[in-house]
Design a protein around this ligand. Structure first.
Ligand SMILES: [Cu+2]
Length: 136
């Protein structure tokens, strides 16, 4: 037995340990990006990392973060969103969110989205498409 070896770091919990709540898209107009919102809940002892998202209905589906810069609301792309162990990541208005560029969707549809995690695992999410006012 090799007792002196350092333990291999446990792989972070990824898609299999993460559940999705409150998923929805806000669709405005064909020429405007559509925001995507959801809450990721990590049920495991290890952190997970959301590294990307894809949907056939979006030319690209980016991870964004809204922030307030000297009183001006701005958003910028981010490379990843952490989901703490036994915690959650909220992709909500004013914070992290998904941004669907060149959206091809209609209000009332359900959008099929694939979430990518840091270990290469994926999670399929169905996101109802709502209008500017959000959930009815
Ligand atoms: Cu955005």
């Amino acid at each position: 037995m090799f007792l002196g070896l350092a333990p291999v770091p446990a792989l972070a919990a990824q898609a299999g340990d993460v559940t999705v709540q409150q998923a929805w898209m806000r669709y405005l107009l064909p020429g405007l990006p559509a925001g995507g919102y959801l809450v990721l809940v990590n049920n495991s002892d290890y952190p997970a990392v959301l590294t990307g998202a894809r949907a056939a209905a979006c030319a690209s589906l980016m991870l964004h973060q809204s922030m307030n810069m000297g009183g001006t609301a701005m958003m910028m792309p981010v490379a990843s969103v952490p989901v703490p162990a036994h915690g959650q990541a909220e992709l909500v208005e004013g914070g992290y969110h998904l941004m669907c560029m060149a959206p091809k969707m209609k209000i009332g549809e359900t959008l099929a989205v694939t979430l990518d995690f840091g270990d290469g695992s994926t999670l399929a999410v169905n996101m109802p498409v709502y209008g500017p006012a959000g959930a009815p």
